[in-house]
Design a protein. Structure first.
Length: 641
């Protein structure tokens, strides 16, 4: 008993000494192995690296942390097939087993950093000598999916992934309860090779049994059954069931959809019951939104949505916003009112019908506009990455533009009387019938549209034939193409996933069949602002008009547009980030390019929230326009693209 008390007192004394010790700052250098993926795994495994700044420790705890890292780093080497690799860690040149190390660390002057070095001796890379599948028979299709062969590197992740692929292949063949346990590996004592054996338990083949829904209150079960591409009697397939689950979740009326797997003992025959357990979202939502930019000022509004209007996931949205309050590129307050009704599975699955009504008023430096638009659009999802749409729209608008006096030509001075200014501009009225056609591609594979894209591409192409009716007859075609690409530097092994991302954006547009002043001002192209070139005020890049006796120019728009962006996004800590960007753009008139691209650049912090990052961008023009702003500020929710 006395020994136990003495031991406890000693432990308590040592613990107090350790806790009382001042934190020992240190640096970490992990040797380069020549393999980027292995380097990344070593850095991710090391607590010396990950806890260096967030959890400082005293000298004794630093030695303990380094000793624990030896095992972690060794595991990382094993996972890449270096089973005879060796890890050695030194602190200020002394090994971890050196009895004088703790005293040397305590003797360091206060604030001096200790140098931790991690040396890696890879040893030979192991390969597979024999790969064997035991147990249930496996057909050629499952073997092709397995795709693990003799002489392959014995990388643990690849070996385990092969077993997972084999299991998936068996399940896709109807073996709902197949099992492929972790393989057994035997190391040769004399050569860097492994023999690996997988034991397969396939079990019986199942077919889809009764399909049921749980948790439905307002959504029509008849509608859901019609939407499903899964039928009783189909061969059991996890991927088909998952696609059916995702299709239900994609309707927007459910917050969750799960398909539990019943215990095999509960099944009476070889029919697998599929039960979709649903949780309906609240039928009505109200979303508030607000943005600010120095060029367009403040915009704020609300959207009311009914997610399930008639029981078939029909969605009705009503939105109202005030726009362009106190911006340098706006002349007054405007509004944006809209109503949209969407019906999914119109005539066939993966096809929707949308009706829209929009009322818009905006007072910009380029023009004043009051417009009302109604449209009908059919959208079809061709695959997981491709969507197409076609529609028809009718727009009635009134536009007043400063330099246009007869709605089809620009005013020019009278040579006989240079002092004579332009006559008073009068509003132009347009009735436009258009047939918008579009195709969209998206391979970013986001589970939540609010998430930042980290890889893949987004691209769209729209072609809009338009007829100007009644008094000012004209026919023209507007073509717009845009693309954005995302590259996560973690793919190079340089950083953790989602921490460092390059984003690229390109935009090109052209109007055909009508001259610059035959096009309505709102359908001409302008650059400047958050959607094209940050650092320049909205619509400030492009052809402009300088009336006599005025202090500034007025944008008049062009017939072609080209713009591009490169942006680097870096996450900092958990909720913060920073973006740096360069934008460039040009607007052409009458098919002729202007003097060159306008370039803007800047940076801005990001604060990441569950509904997307809050963005603050400060951008400067590379060449300030004569009457332009020195910088522009943009505040909004979500990334710029």
């Amino acid at each position: 008993m006395r020994f136990k008390v003495l031991f406890a007192a000693t432990v308590l004394f040592v613990a107090r000494v350790v806790l009382a010790a001042d934190p020992q700052p240190y640096s970490v250098q992990i040797a380069d192995t020549g393999n980027g993926a292995l380097n990344a795994a070593l850095h991710a495994s090391s607590q010396l690296q990950s806890l260096r700044t967030s959890a400082p420790v005293g000298p004794f705890a630093l030695i303990d942390r380094a000793q624990q890292d030896v095992g972690r780093l060794q595991t990382a080497l094993d996972s890449f097939g270096y089973y005879r690799g060796h890890v050695r860690i030194t602190v200020d040149g002394q090994g971890l087993d050196d009895p004088g190390l703790s005293g040397a660390l305590q003797a360091l002057p206060k604030g001096r950093s200790a140098k931790v070095e991690v040396r890696i001796d890879l040893g030979p890379l192991f390969h597979l000598r024999r790969v064997r599948i035991a147990g249930s028979a496996v057909d050629a299709a499952a073997l092709a999916a397995f795709d693990l062969n003799s002489a392959d590197p014995a990388v643990a992740a690849d070996v385990l992934a092969a077993g997972k692929r084999l299991l998936n292949a068996l399940q896709e063949q109807g073996h709902a309860y197949a099992r492929v346990p972790a393989p057994v590996a035997y190391e040769d004592a004399h050569a860097p090779v492994l023999d690996v054996t997988f034991t397969v338990h396939a079990g019986p083949i199942y077919r889809v049994g009764a399909i049921r829904f749980q948790g439905l209150h307002h959504v029509s079960e008849t509608f859901l059954r019609r939407r499903l591409r899964l039928r009783s009697g189909d061969l059991y397939s996890p991927s088909r069931i998952e696609r059916a689950r995702a299709a239900l979740l994609g309707l927007g009326v459910f917050s969750s959809v799960t398909v539990p797997t019943p215990p095999q003992s509960q099944l009476k025959d070889e029919h697998f019951p599929v039960v979709f357990v649903t949780l309906e979202r609240k039928p009505h939502t109200v979303n508030l939104n607000a943005t600010y930019s120095s060029d367009l000022g403040v915009s704020a509004g609300a959207t009311w949505t009914d997610r399930n209007l008639f029981g078939g996931a029909e969605q009705l949205s009503l939105n109202a916003s005030i726009i362009n309050l106190e911006g340098t590129a706006s002349n007054g307050l405007g509004y944006d009112l809209g109503a949209q009704l969407s019906k999914p599975d119109f005539l066939t699955s993966n096809q929707s019908l949308q009706f829209s009504l929009v009322a818009l008023k905006q007072q910009l430096q380029a023009y004043d506009q009051v417009a009302a638009t109604g449209g009908v659009t059919i959208s079809r999802q061709l695959s997981s990455v491709w969507n197409v749409s076609a529609g028809v729209a009718l727009e009635q608008e009134k536009i007043l533009q400063n330099e246009v006096v007869n709605c089809s030509a620009q005013w020019s001075p009278n040579p006989a009387d240079p002092t004579q200014g332009p006559p008073a501009a009068t509003p132009c009225y347009y009735t436009l019938l258009s047939v918008p056609l579009s195709a969209r591609y998206d391979s970013t594979d986001l589970a939540n549209p609010l998430d930042d894209p980290l890889h893949g591409m987004r691209a769209s192409l729209s072609v809009t034939p338009t007829e100007s009716l009644f008094g000012r007859r004209a026919s023209f075609l507007i073509v717009q193409a845009s693309a954005s690409a995302y590259f996560d530097l973690s793919e190079l092994g340089w950083t953790d996933s989602g921490r460092s991302v390059f984003a690229l954006r390109g935009l090109a547009a052209q109007a055909r069949g009508a001259g610059q002043f035959s096009l309505p001002p709102d359908l001409r192209f302008y650059a400047g602002g958050s959607a094209t070139v940050r650092g320049y005020a909205y619509q400030s890049i492009g052809p402009d008009f300088l009336p006599p006796d005025t202090a500034g120019k007025y944008p008049e728009g062009g017939t072609g547009l080209t713009a591009a962006t490169i942006e680097y996004r870096q996450r900092i800590l958990k909720h913060f980030g920073l973006a740096m960007f360069v934008d460039a753009g040009e607007v052409s008139a009458k098919g002729q390019p202007l003097s060159g691209f306008s370039v803007g650049y800047g940076l801005g912090p990001r604060y990441y929230t569950p509904i997307g990052p809050i963005r603050l961008d400060v951008a400067l023009p590379a060449k300030r326009l004569p009457h332009g702003d020195a910088l522009e500020v943009y505040i909004g929710l979500g990334q710029a693209f």
